[in-house]
Design a protein around this ligand. Sequence first.
Ligand SMILES: Cc1ncc(COP(=O)(O)OP(=O)(O)O)c(N)n1
Ligand SMILES: Cc1ncsc1CCOP(=O)(O)O
Ligand SMILES: [Mg+2]
Length: 201
Amino acid sequence: MNLRKYLIMGSQNCDRDPVIILEEAINSGITAFQFREKGPGSLNGRDKLELGRKLRSICKRENILFLVNDDVSLVDPLEADGIHVGQDDISVVELRRRFPDKLIGLSVSNDAEVANSPIDRVDYFGAGPIFPTSTKHDAKSPVGLEWIEKLKKLYPNLPVVGIGGINTRNASSVMKSGADGVAVISAVTRASNIKEAVERL
Ligand SMILES: Cc1ncc(COP(=O)(O)OP(=O)(O)O)c(N)n1
Ligand SMILES: Cc1ncsc1CCOP(=O)(O)O
Ligand SMILES: [Mg+2]
């Protein structure tokens, strides 16, 4: 599982065709992709599924991990490698019961969330928001790089990806804090030059 450069994206994050953006990002070196069709301007129903199928087939062809965000109903039709959920989504216990062999990522932002989560059923943590972000309107307050250091001390063997406000200038600080990868939306989807952005990340 290579989560080093983890792109998260839905059509609502794109000024251009998401298919082109994903292809450029893969050709430039991203290692994992999360289909997150969510929030203002996002697609629903058949349109969402149809875009998911296109993005999934690109990841399959290019041998890039493909995870879905939140929406359990997409896991089987898209033959996703896994699913990422947060504290207010379907429970990890239920998810693991339904999908014993899929990757499960869980968002954690503080000690209480970790204490109340079945960590033994999780494959990686999404830690954040590390920095302020304007991409997710209901994001929690930034938790800072210390949160990554703390998580790695508590769970040295569980991969941690930092998320939230990560860009080409601050990504190295996230990795230096012990993260196994950086998860980004706008740093890639809003980049004027995707190749340069992914390479610099
Ligand atoms: C890798 C990664 N980490 C964190 C999140 C955020 O998940 P969540 O808190 O459930 O928020 P939404 O993305 O569902 O709005 C993520 N998606 N991916
Ligand atoms: C989905 C998500 N979860 C926490 S912050 C965030 C948004 C990350 O977007 P960006 O990389 O543009 O700050
Ligand atoms: Mg969620």
